[in-house]
Design a protein around this ligand. Structure first.
Ligand code: ADP
Ligand code: MG
Length: 197
């Protein structure tokens, strides 16, 4: 099945766009959601994390201590690589598995860090949601109630808007007043025309 990778910077509107595709009946596979499920209690990936990084990565109830893990990989790029090498193949595998169960003309695979995690090969086309940085910061400030400094440090870990645009097959422009639903509908028709089903 045709897989459209949906990506874009924080606050650019990926979730909003994803919902619009969903409303058109398009199945959505979400890499973040899957990675969340992979580290639930009882999942082998959680045990691997504990074995490699120590039991301080778990809370008292045995669940993942997200804050501890986040702090660890923030400070330690080797740990970050190790964590990615545990999770990425499992995320890939799960997306392929779920994808095989679907019978739609195409699906959207939402991978917020598609470029940053070098996951381009997971999808057949790349759809980037773009918005100008001012709007992006404004939306994240409002949505997540984060200080500007923290938003800027998140932005610094992500590829630039220019990089994304240069590597996109399709782009949705989601700065102010951008008739989002119409852009999605147009792309939907285009993706249907590309689908072999
Ligand atoms: N076109 C738009 N007009 C107004 N608000 C928007 C628009 N697109 C997104 N938003 C709002 O901006 C915030 C970020 O959008 P979201 O879809 O959550 O971004 P992402 O998933 O890329 O981080 C959300 O609160 C969302 O409701
Ligand atoms: Mg989102």
């Amino acid at each position: 099945m045709l897989r459209i990778g949906l990506t874009g910077g924080i606050g650019c509107g990926k979730s909003t766009v994803s919902l619009l595709f969903e409303q058109l009946g398009v199945p959505i596979l979400d890499a973040d959601e899957i990675s969340h499920q992979l580290v639930q209690i009882g999942q082998p990936a959680l045990e691997t994390i504990r074995d490699i990084f120590g039991s301080e990565m778990l809370l008292e109830n045995g669940a993942l201590n997200r804050v501890a893990l986040k702090n660890l990989i923030f400070e330690n790029s080797l740990a970050k690589k190790q964590l990615e090498s545990i999770l990425h193949p499992l995320i890939f595998q799960e997306i392929c598995y779920q994808n095989d169960l679907l019978t739609a003309p195409y699906c959207i695979v939402s991978v917020p860090l598609l470029f940053e995690t070098h996951s381009e090969s997971l999808v057949n086309r790349i759809l980037v949601v773009n918005c100008d940085e001012e709007t992006q910061i404004e939306r994240v400030t409002k949505r997540d109630n984060l200080p500007l400094k923290q938003i800027q440090s998140i932005l610094a870990t992500q590829v630039s808007a220019t990089f994304r645009q240069n590597h996109a097959d399709d782009i949705i422009e989601n700065s102010k007043n951008n008739a989002l639903a119409e852009q999605v509908k147009k792309l939907h028709n285009f993706y249907l025309s590309l689908s072999p089903l």
